[in-house]
Write a protein that binds this ligand. Structure first.
Ligand code: IVH
Length: 665
């Protein structure tokens, strides 16, 4: 037990150090796989010795499914906001005010103004004890369990130079990439998209399920320390120190001895902000010396020692030319505005998304309106308002369409949903093409073909649904415009290869509404084969983790349609995988009788997750790193040399994938 306790402490330290290197310094030292191995070993040890648990162990970052009502907490120091300026003149006035109060010997620090949601973190004896939102400035929500899932926020600090008790404040935000990923996933499962990264960040932070927060990749920059015992009189130096304790501090923070340098910093970032991977909405200018900060003090609402320069919203006025309606592969209708081309934040904008009927109604769009366009974290800009004074007289309100623009079928809007749909799944052209394209995509069947080829094969009447891929013959396609002997052969070969694609990906490829990659995996591993899924009742489906009513309803209605079932039968007859690997279906055995395995490297027949399941199904145990207690090292290709060396040193058996499969035959 002593030995395990030491190992647990060592693992926690090691994992937090890797978190710091990866999330704070952006300089990872080990592979994701090796990181997972350390984490698995720690999880396993903590499960075995619950008495050694620690609420700030890195394993706690996984979050929990328990629904929590947030406790309201009073801030020790009120969370004030900053005064805003919008012009150079106002910055000069700020500088003059300060000079009047403290004389001319002082220095500024300039920082980016992150556009997220603010957070106050309390650390006692080097451990995170509380995380509170701004709330009304005096009281906020205790969101500690959610904040613990953010990997760039340290749970325990490094070294011993930090104050015993202090608060550090910062901004929680989404990068553009994570924001887009989140919205794509939400659209996939029929949830409304977030309007901008800021709303997404504050919405996520207030979720009542920290396990769901953990999956969303929130990030955090820290910019303000509060304590009676800070190491330096310089705000800048204190933040540099905070970085060495484990906090993520912006690399763009800059000491500016004079107001001229402040203005240069502003000018630089006014342009350069378009190249940042996250949103900023201005620059924060702070007096560096804490002593001078205290001298300057606060007004009722904000500090006199700091101010923010807000960038003018990059927003342009342009004319609305028309509204198009795009039909997605699941029949969802997205309105898109065509605009008179206009230059905005580095690119020419011609189109803007209008999201859905509710958004359109909220804007109250009329024909030929002059509209304000803005760019947020999204690639496609959005219309944020209308100059109603410039609206031409008698211009008509634009109403959301009632019929599908492609096949003229009356649209439906399911209760409680934001989107309209075209229900003509079987013969609405963009829906069919969309389904074919989704089927071949990389994360689905990974069939090597271009969108234009699918368009052509559809137009020629060769492909009408996804099962038709498996009836394609070289002779059918070689005469077509885009094909030569070799390209036709390649396509047929790639289709043949796709028959090996695993069940969960086939399930995803079917394109059932709301069954994205993650949901497909859950369904596949819970129900094992397609027949169980086809026959599952609504009640059965909603008992599966992460499957809600909307998804369950969609699955039931998909399999109710005989045309879908007959497509699946054709795919089955063509040899596609409609069950989880037979080995994984085996009932539990005790063939591995408590033997401990370490898996490392890349394998030919099974993924590492599958091998792990096989070990557990057969009574064995998985651990992350090789120790004296390991019985087998299951070695794949590209296995790390240190693991091999350790295994040899301890005389541990090194086995191949085939050796392993023989053991459980
Ligand atoms: S300092 C006493 N620094 O802007 C004020 N704030 O209106 C301490 N913000 O609520 C705040 N980036 O959420 C500071 N580098 C930065 C900031 C920053 C963003 C936010 C913060 C605050 C708001 C001020």
């Amino acid at each position: 037990m002593k030995e395990e306790q030491a190992r647990i402490l060592q693992l926690r330290k090691e994992i937090e150090m890797h978190n710091y290197k990866y999330y704070v310094l952006s300089n990872p030292e080990i592979s994701d796989f090796d990181y997972d191995m350390l984490m698995n070993e720690l999880i396993e040890l903590e499960n075995r010795f619950p008495e050694l648990s620690d609420e700030n162990s890195p394993t706690q970052r996984i979050g929990s499914d328990i629904d929590k009502e947030f406790k309201q907490v009073t801030h020790k120091y009120p969370m004030l906001s900053l005064g805003n300026t919008y012009s150079e003149d106002e910055i000069m006035e700020f500088d003059q005010r300060i000079k009047k109060l403290i004389g001319s010997i002082f220095s500024y620090v300039c920082e980016l103004k992150f556009d997220g949601t603010s957070i106050g973190l309390t650390y006692e004896k080097g451990e995170l004890t509380r995380a509170v939102t701004r709330g009304d400035g005096n009281k906020g929500d205790d969101v500690t369990s959610n904040v613990k899932t953010i990997k760039s926020i340290p749970l325990k600090l490094f070294g011993n130079e930090y104050p015993n008790d202090f608060e550090i404040r910062g901004e929680i935000y989404f990068t553009h990439k994570s924001f887009q990923q989140l919205n794509t996933e939400r659209e996939e499962i029929g949830e409304p998209a977030f309007v901008n990264p800021r709303n997404a960040a504050s919405g996520t932070l207030k979720m009542h399920n920290s396990a769901a927060v953990a999956k969303r990749n929130l990030e955090c920059y820290l910019y303000y320390l509060l304590s009676d015992e800070l190491p330096s009189d310089s705000h800048y130096q204190n933040l540099v120190k905070a970085k060495s304790w484990g906090f993520r501090v912006s690399e763009y923070m800059k000491p500016c001895p004079s107001i001229t340098q402040v203005l240069e910093y502003i000018k630089y970032w006014e342009k350069e902000r378009n190249n940042l991977p996250y949103d900023i909405d201005g620059i924060v200018i702070k007096v560096d010396s804490l002593k001078q900060q205290r001298q300057l003090g606060f007004t009722a609402k904000s500090p006199r020692w700091a101010i923010s320069y807000k960038f003018k919203a990059e927003r342009v006025l342009t004319k609305l030319l028309s509204v198009d309606y795009q039909v997605g592969r699941t029949g969802s209708i997205t309105p898109v505005a065509n605009l008179e081309p206009v230059f905005l934040a580095g690119t020419t904008v011609k189109r803007a998304t209008l999201h859905n009927a509710d958004q359109m109604a909220l804007l109250d769009l009329h024909e030929n309106d002059l509209v304000y366009v803005e760019k947020g974290g999204e690639i496609i800009p959005k219309i944020v308002g209308i100059d109603k004074e410039k609206r031409p007289k008698n211009s008509k309100a634009i109403k959301f369409i009632e019929y599908c623009p492609e096949c003229n079928t009356p649209l439906v809007r399911p209760e409680g949903e934001a989107n309209h749909y075209c229900p003509n799944e079987d013969s609405c052209p963009p829906q069919i093409k969309g389904k074919l394209e989704h089927f071949v995509s990389r994360k689905a069947m990974n069939i090597g073909t271009a969108e234009a080829t699918i368009d052509l094969l559809y137009k020629e009447g060769i492909l009408k649904n996804i099962a038709d891929f498996y009836d394609l013959k070289k002779e059918d396609i070689i005469s077509l415009e885009r094909f030569a002997e070799k390209s036709a052969e390649n396509l047929i070969q790639s289709i043949e290869e796709s028959k090996k694609v695993s069940f969960e990906r086939v399930l995803y490829a079917l394109g059932i509404r709301y069954v994205g990659e993650t949901v497909a995996k859950k369904l596949a591993f819970s129900l094992i084969n397609i027949d169980a899924l086809i026959n599952a009742s609504f009640d059965e489906l909603i008992t599966i983790d992460e499957i809600g009513e909307r998804i369950a309803k969609s699955i039931i209605s998909f399999f109710k349609k005989s045309s879908n079932v007959s497509i699946i039968n054709r795919l089955k007859n063509n040899g596609l995988q409609f069950a989880i690997d037979t080995l994984l279906q085996n009932k539990k055995t005790d063939k591995l009788g408590n033997q401990t395995f370490v898996i490392s490297g890349v394998f030919e027949k099974h993924s590492r997750d599958e091998l792990k399941s096989l070990i557990e199904l057969n009574g064995g145990k998985n651990t992350g790193s090789v120790s004296k207690k390991t019985n087998y090292l299951l070695a794949g290709e590209n296995i790390g040399p240190s693991k091999l060396e350790k295994a040899r040193k301890f005389g541990i058996k090194i086995i191949s994938e085939d050796d392993f499969l023989n053991m459980i035959e």
